[in-house]
Design a protein around this ligand. Structure first.
Ligand SMILES: [Zn+2]
Length: 236
C-alpha cells in the first residue's frame, strides 16, 4: 500500500473560463453521435441531431469545492465495443454537481468506445452497464469527494486518481482542463478518462519519450507535458 506513484504540488489557476450552463437537452446515450465536422459540402442532413455539441464538450459548467458526497449510478447500457476480453464498467456522478450526469456518461462512453482507446489492439472490449458486476467504475465527483476517495493519495483538490475500482474524475478538471492544454478541453477530457481507466487496467505512469512526441496517455499530463505534445489517446 502507499505505493501509488507521484503526487506533485497542485498547479494554481485554471486555463479556461468556464462557460455558463448550456441549455443542453439530454439525449438518448445510444443515439447517433453528431459529427464534429462534415467532410462533404453537401447540405444534406440525414437525421435531426439532438445537439450540435460534441459529447466531449457538453456540461461545461462551473467549478465547485464540494457537493453532496453521494454517488449515483447513471442509468443506461451501451453496446459491446472491441474484440477482446469483455470488461464491464459503470458511470457514477456525485449528486449535487452542476451539469447533467447523462452528459458525463455519454462522454465516458464516447471515449472508451473510440478505437484509439484501450480497445485499439483487439485484446479488450468494453461495455457500459448500470449494475454490478463491473470491472471498474468511472466517477465524476467534486474535489472534496475525490480527495476523500483517493486518500492516502493526495489529490489536493485538483487532480483525479484511480482508487479501488474507481476512476475518480475531479469535476473542476473536467470543466476547466489545465492551462497547458491551451483550451483544448476535448483532448483533456479524453486524456483524463483514458489515463484513469488505464490505471484500472493495471498500467502505471510513464514519462514523455522525447520532445515533440505525443504524450503517452499514462504520462501525468495534468502536471505538465515534459516537452511532449498533449494527447488524449492510447493509440493516437
Ligand atoms: Zn495516474
Amino acid at each position: 500500500m502507499g505505493t501509488i506513484a507521484g503526487l506533485i504540488v497542485a498547479l494554481s489557476g485554471v486555463g479556461m473560463v468556464s462557460a455558463n450552463v448550456l441549455p443542453w437537452e439530454p439525449s438518448d446515450p445510444a443515439s447517433v453521435v453528431p459529427a464534429t465536422s462534415q467532410g462533404s459540402s453537401s447540405p444534406m442532413t440525414p437525421e435531426p441531431s439532438p445537439s450540435p455539441v460534441p459529447p466531449l464538450l457538453r456540461s461545461v459548467v462551473e467549478e465547485v469545492p464540494s457537493a453532496s458526497g453521494e454517488l449515483r449510478v447513471v442509468e443506461g447500457d451501451g453496446e459491446v465495443v472491441g474484440e477482446g476480453t469483455l470488461l464491464r464498467y459503470l458511470v457514477e456522478v456525485e449528486e449535487g454537481l452542476p451539469g447533467d450526469p447523462a452528459d458525463f456518461a455519454a462522454a465516458v462512453e464516447h471515449v472508451l468506445s473510440d478505437p484509439r482507446s484501450w480497445t485499439h489492439d483487439g485484446t479488450l472490449a468494453f461495455q457500459r452497464v448500470d449494475e454490478e458486476p463491473v470491472d471498474f467504475r468511472v466517477t465524476l465527483a467534486s474535489p472534496e469527494t475525490v480527495d476523500q476517495q483517493c486518500a492516502p493519495l493526495q489529490t489536493n483538490g485538483y487532480v483525479s486518481c484511480f482508487s479501488g475500482e474507481r476512476a475518480m474524475i475531479n469535476q473542476n478538471r473536467w470543466v476547466s482542463g489545465v492551462p497547458h492544454f491551451d483550451g483544448d478541453l476535448e483532448t483533456y477530457r479524453a486524456y483524463v478518462i483514458n489515463h484513469e481507466v488505464g490505471h484500472a487496467l493495471g498500467y502505471g505512469h510513464v514519462d514523455c519519450p522525447a520532445p515533440g512526441e505525443p504524450a503517452p496517455v499514462m504520462q501525468q499530463q495534468t502536471f505538465g507535458l515534459q516537452g511532449c505534445e498533449k494527447n488524449g489517446w492510447v493509440s493516437p
